[in-house]
Design a protein around this ligand. Structure first.
Ligand code: MN3
Length: 198
């Protein structure tokens, strides 16, 4: 196996009541595991087997669609699990807090911008806080695309990610994506986001 499904740092029920245990378990053991297996299958015989996922994603425009979709799915969920934790939420501190204030005016205006990006992404996709050469940007992408990909409109290093595919929330929230987005703010691991920002 080239890429491996990572273990979570917390139990499937650890993010309740904001994200339910059944959703977490299916999301990790079925969806994320599926992207990982299919990525490994798609990489066989391509000569890319020894490259990092970041290197692979940086040139997806020239690679088979299965690598773009499953490589994105593999990377995006790795990041998503890391930027959440039980008893998370609140606001960031330190360098990241200062950068958010500088770019967005205030934490609340950043929060609104990120929530809007999450809510208005049509169909399946992701919302992102991205570190760029010049600072920070909020954006969203369709399907399993992300800002590391050469096909992305906004490029940079993702430091916060929210999965807005229906599989991420439908069991508990059904069609109420805005309620799921509001709940996400209670489980963000700002220490991890700050670390990635630095
Ligand atoms: Mn997902």
């Amino acid at each position: 196996m080239l890429f491996e499904l990572p273990k979570l740092d917390y139990a499937y029920n650890a993010l309740e009541p904001y994200i339910d245990a059944r959703t977490m378990e299916i999301h990790h053991t079925k969806h994320h595991a599926g992207y990982t297996d299919k990525l490994n299958d798609a990489l066989k015989g391509t000569g890319l087997e020894n490259q990092s996922i970041e290197q692979i994603l940086s040139k997806v425009s020239s690679l088979p669609l299965a690598i773009r979709n499953n490589g994105g799915g593999y990377y995006n969920h790795n990041l998503f699990w890391k930027v959440m934790r039980p008893a998370g939420g609140g606001e960031p501190s330190g360098d990241l807090a200062n950068a958010i204030k500088k770019v967005f005016g205030s934490f609340d205006s950043f929060k609104k911008k990120f929530s809007d990006a999450s809510a208005t992404r049509f169909g399946s996709g992701w919302a992102w806080l991205v570190k760029t050469g010049s600072g920070l940007k909020v954006t969203s992408t369709p399907n399993q695309d992300n800002p590391l990909m050469d096909i992305s409109d906004t490029k940079g290093t993702p430091i916060l990610a929210l999965d807005v595919w229906e599989h991420a929330y439908y069991l508990h929230y059904q069609n109420r994506r805005p309620d799921y987005i509001a709940a996400f703010w209670n489980v963000i691991n700002w220490d991890e986001v700050n670390k990635r920002f630095r």
